[in-house]
Write a protein that binds this ligand. Structure first.
Ligand SMILES: *[C@@H]1O[C@H](CO)[C@@H](O)[C@H](O)[C@H]1NC(C)=O
Length: 213
């Protein structure tokens, strides 16, 4: 498949999202460092991501731990994955701090794309990004795509144990509006561009995207 075919879909998706979200996209350029803990840390989270937002005038740092998926019959019935996430802003020496605690760099990647943050009953974030690997340690200027011509589309929203059914409903209904171009599914289940996508993309590109909810 020629890559301009997929690129056309990404541009069409951007137009569709712009119409649906009603906000301007934000550029995304995030250096992700995935750490694993050494053997001596007991019950603390063993996998952590250190994120450096390179789009900011002064790079900003975040520590994130993502827990395992919610399990059980209830979890199987809903169309989205529910996970605990702990996140904290950090100072720029955060990496040295975690190395000192015994964490080791497992791998690093550079995520490049765009994001929409908007409110539709619940706070929703959509990111469209390519995943790039570094040819040399920390060399974000020399990153190359892991899957050329392919982008990762993610829709996320914060929820608590009290309100997650409401958040799931809002997310599912939002995702239905992307159906002409793509089906989203839980991570690990294969999904992708729908058969009608080329026609839908062409029509979105030609009318400049008048879609609103
Ligand atoms: C659900 O709870 C989370 C966590 O308290 C909060 O961030 C989110 O805004 C809430 N969403 C709704 C729709 O009430």
């Amino acid at each position: 498949m020629p890559s301009n075919y997929l690129w056309m879909h990404v541009e069409a998706l951007e137009i569709l999202l712009q119409g649906l979200c009603g906000v301007q996209k934000e550029r995304l350029r995030i250096h992700e460092l995935h750490l694993k803990s050494g053997p001596n840390l007991g019950a603390v989270p063993s996998d952590l991501k250190i994120l450096c937002d390179l789009e900011q005038p002064e790079p900003t740092w975040t520590v994130r731990h993502v827990g395992g998926p919610m399990r059980g019959a209830g979890a199987d019935q809903i169309s989205v994955l529910v996970r605990t996430m702990l996140e904290s802003k950090a100072s720029k020496n955060v990496l040295r701090f975690f190395y000192a605690l015994g964490y080791k760099l497992d791998h690093e990647l550079l995520r490049v794309g765009f994001a929409f943050h908007f409110h539709r009953g619940v706070q929703i974030t959509v990111t469209v990004s390519s995943i790039n690997k570094m040819l040399k340690l920390h060399a974000t200027d020399e990153a190359v795509p892991v899957t050329p011509g392919m982008q990762l589309v993610e829709v996320t929203a914060p929820a608590s144990s009290e309100n997650y059914t409401e958040v799931v409903a809002a997310m599912s209904s939002f995702c239905e509006h992307l159906a002409p171009l793509l089906h989203l599914s839980k991570p690990g289940i294969s999904t992708g561009v729908v058969p009608t996508a080329a026609a839908a993309a062409a029509s979105l590109m030609s009318d400049g995207g008048g879609t609103t909810l």
